[in-house]
Design a protein around this ligand. Structure first.
Ligand code: MG
Length: 160
């Protein structure tokens, strides 16, 4: 059986924070604000996976009021989500994602993000796709107030 899931996340860009997307630290004058490392791409992907497996959302599994998740690498959260899905007998077929940011240019960093995600979820990198787009300076992303990410996944049951 196949099931789909989607996810969406936004974090605010602020001074004094690292910019981490797809587990890659990207040199930039602002970074994403949040309880964890605020990796919007991985959060959208976690939500897509949880959604596909009928496991609610990232906030229910990793509440931002829990000190255990403060400053944590979202790659660890993604790995945990992968395990939760495996426990429900689902495996990832493929993921397609979009990062929405006016700046910085993300294209050079996409291959490393892809490798990080593939490693965390124990799949081949070719099953993970990441696209980056600007919004032609429109909206919050265009004004560089934040970065958004969308994810869609397909999962397959591993047992009858
Ligand atoms: Mg988030």
């Amino acid at each position: 059986m196949f099931r789909i899931g989607n996810g969406y996340d936004v974090h605010r860009l602020v001074e004094g924070r690292k910019l981490i997307l797809g587990g890659v630290e990207i040199p930039h004058e602002t970074g994403l604000d949040g309880h964890s490392d605020a990796d919007a791409l991985l959060h959208a992907l976690c939500d897509a996976l949880l959604g596909a497996c009928g496991l609610a959302d990232i906030g229910q599994h990793f509440p931002d009021t829990d000190p255990r998740w403060k400053g944590i690498s979202s790659l660890l959260l993604l790995e945990e989500v992968g395990k939760l899905c495996a426990r429900e007998n689902f495996k990832l077929v493929n993921a397609d994602t979009i990062l929405v940011a006016q700046r910085p240019r993300l294209a050079p960093h996409l291959p490393r993000m892809r490798e990080n995600i593939a490693r965390a979820l124990h799949v081949e990198p070719r099953n993970i796709n990441i696209k980056a787009t600007t919004t032609e300076k429109l909206g919050f992303a265009g004004r560089e107030e934040g970065i958004a990410a969308y994810a869609v996944v397909l999962v397959e049951t591993t047992s009858a």
